[in-house]
Design a protein around this ligand. Structure first.
Ligand code: NAG
Length: 627
């Protein structure tokens, strides 16, 4: 065998002397040796051909491959042209040089030099206005919706869509020091999880142990697309193998519909879209089916919990109510599940919830944070908040409209615009001395409380995304103001890490304009502010947002990193008394580190925000273009 190999290597040489000696040696071989050699050569050729074909197939979905392969694959793909409709929201000049980009204080100026965007603004504003003038519009969107269901996507269309999507994604791994530092943090977190919590939901890095919540290996699924985007092939492969061989969905366990949808269903759909691997699709469909009984409630407002084995759904044990944000933050995922599975029932069930909530009375678009699945009404005198239990209701109004190509469900964007106007009217305040703008809460739906959850720091990013898609100037102003306040909440702590909740000086009762109560001083490694910084960087190209993020990344490194991972801490106010909580939440790898990685990218369009929306757990859902 060894000798034969020598012959093969000789045969590929161009050298004429060697050719001669090859011929002589060939003639010296016995018939058996010649046949054996021919068989080996044939086998090698067949193997190489099969490998190359397999490689091509892989390249459709995998990007860390030689660039010549990618070019070849791209040529084969039929890119579906964008259909007419709304003009591009990202005009050419907006995508060009960084030094042509707006300084936040100068956005007005900037608007003047971007006629295309101005046109888009007008178009959408007119459309929204028309809809508000014409209440029948809701019926019209329902009809659109039905038509879309009838002419549902055929499998071939899905294939085209997937291929189109994949041509846009080419993850090459980190390209600078900051991104490399994030990849090191991902590796460090992943290694701790793999060594001490593999297959469980959360890592407890200090006890070198784990905790389970749903028993679904949450961390693996939440991290899959992060590993993929950061081009961590080895880690991605082991995560994928676990999903293939060990993810069990028929478990006798009550899981929360919202959490399971955004983390597990969203995570599976996202990685399916990035890779085209069928295993993720079939798991997503199985999971979707197991959660569908939640929608069998008297009011069509879903129950909050479901047993994945018995498929029995029920309200939470502690209350008859579901959280408003929970029942309205499943639609991106269920709609996408319908599209990839060619089964409209998921989207229909989730869309019914949106329609139901749309028809309930609100306070200038603002919603109470509890809703009853039996009666289908909001709880009387419940708090109004853009923090816990309210936040992503507003986020998904905008993102659902974006997901459907801004062509259906116009009532959602009308509700969004009304709600943000309501925020500005009822919840926006400015502190008396340092003039920090913040968004407070209405207790019992009416009494203002100068309190803002860190969760609310998602809002500046979402507002900017909306502004770029035609929402009014007031949204941009609020976005800039809130981003600055959120940054100050971090910077005013000696650790440069945000507390879970901040309070604001209302009318001089406090000596500082921003203050933190002892019980609210914990940091759970949450992503919301980094998420907003990412949108600001991706949509403006201004590198200041990267620098802000770098300061915060270093603070996480300094105060939350432990030997076997990263941990939540109990106190951001005193570096010498951090009170580690020994918990690495799955969103650290799923969201926070993913947004850091993308924020530090030299290519701010690494993810094309015209082609994808991030779900509320930072998983990617493609935007579909409908006629
Ligand atoms: C970038 O953003 C920062 C912070 O909002 C601002 O102060 C600065 O002027 C901006 N720079 C440019 C070039 O737009």
């Amino acid at each position: 065998m060894f000798e034969n190999r020598d012959y093969i290597s000789l045969s590929v040489s161009d050298d004429s002397v060697r050719k001669k000696s090859f011929k002589r040696q060939w003639n010296q071989l016995s018939r058996f040796q010649k046949n054996l050699l021919l068989v080996i050569i044939c086998a090698a050729i067949v193997t190489i051909v099969v490998l190359i074909q397999g490689q091509d197939k892989l390249n459709l979905f995998r990007s860390s491959t030689p660039s010549d392969h990618i070019i070849k694959v791209n040529e084969k793909i039929n890119i579906v042209p964008l259909k007419d409709g709304f003009p591009s929201i990202f005009p050419q000049q907006f995508q060009q040089e960084d030094d042509q980009l707006p300084i936040p204080g100068e956005w007005d100026e900037f608007d003047k030099v971007r006629p295309m965007n101005e046109g888009a603004d007008k178009l959408i504003t007119n459309k929204v206005k028309k809809n508000l003038d014409n209440p029948d519009k809701t019926d019209e969107s329902n009809t659109d919706h039905d038509n879309q269901k009838k002419s549902h996507i055929r499998p071939k269309d899905i294939q085209n869509q997937i291929q189109e999507t994949n041509t846009q994604l080419n993850f090459k791994g980190p390209t600078n020091e900051r991104q490399r530092a994030v990849v090191a943090a991902i590796k460090h977190s992943w290694t701790g999880y793999r060594n001490f919590a593999w297959g469980h939901d959360n890592l407890k890095p200090i006890a070198q142990s784990y905790s389970d919540w749903f028993g679904l290996g949450l961390q693996i699924i939440d991290a899959l697309d992060t590993l993929y985007i950061a081009d961590m092939q080895e880690e991605y492969d082991e995560a994928k193998r676990w999903v293939e061989s060990s993810l069990k969905l028929d478990i006798n366990r009550d899981v929360n519909l919202f959490e399971t949808t955004i983390r597990v269903l969203g995570g599976l759909l996202s990685i399916y879209h990035l890779t085209g691997e069928d295993v993720f699709l079939s798991k997503a469909i199985d999971l979707g089916n197991r959660m569908m009984p939640c929608f069998d409630s008297p009011s069509s407002i879903p129950y909050s919990d479901v047993n994945l084995e018995s498929m029995k759904a029920h309200a939470p044990k502690w209350s008859p109510d579901s959280s408003t944000s929970e029942v309205t933050t499943i639609q991106l995922e269920f709609r996408d599940l319908s599209r990839v599975s060619n089964d409209p029932s998921y989207e229909a069930a989730a869309a019914k919830v949106s329609e139901k909530v749309h028809n309930l009375p609100k306070t200038d678009g603002l919603v109470p944070i509890f809703i009853n699945a039996n009666t289908g009404t909001f709880r009387n005198f419940a708090t109004i908040s853009l923090g816990a239990r309210g936040d992503s209701y507003y986020e998904y109004l905008l993102k659902q409209w974006l997901q459907t190509g801004k062509k259906e469900n116009n009532y959602l964007i009308e509700d969004y615009q009304e709600a943000i106007a309501g925020v500005i009217k009822h919840l926006r305040r400015e502190t008396p001395n340092e003039h920090h703008v913040y968004v407070g809460e209405l207790i019992s739906g009416k009494d203002f409380k100068p309190k803002m959850d860190h969760l609310t720091c998602y809002l500046p990013g979402t507002l900017l995304l909306g502004y770029k898609n035609g929402m009014p100037q007031s949204h941009l102003t609020l976005a800039n103001d809130l981003l600055e306040t959120c940054y100050q909440i971090y910077m005013k702590q000696p650790t440069h890490l945000s507390p879970e909740i901040a309070y604001f000086n209302l009318e001089g009762e406090s000596s500082t304009d921003i203050y933190v109560k002892a019980n609210d001083a914990h940091n759970l490694l949450r992503p919301e502010f980094v998420e907003s910084l990412y949108y600001f960087y991706a949509l403006t190209g201004n590198k200041t947002y990267q620098d802000m993020g770098w300061t915060i990344f270093q603070a996480f490194e300094k105060y939350t990193k432990v030997t076997h991972g990263y941990t939540s801490i109990g106190n951001v106010k005193t570096p010498l008394n951090l009170r580690p909580k020994d918990m690495m939440e799955t969103f650290w790898l799923g969201e926070t580190l993913k947004y850091f990685y993308l924020l530090f990218s030299d290519d701010r369009n690494e993810i094309d925000l015209e082609k994808f929306v991030f779900n509320t757990e930072a998983h990617l859902i493609p935007i579909r273009d409908h006629s």
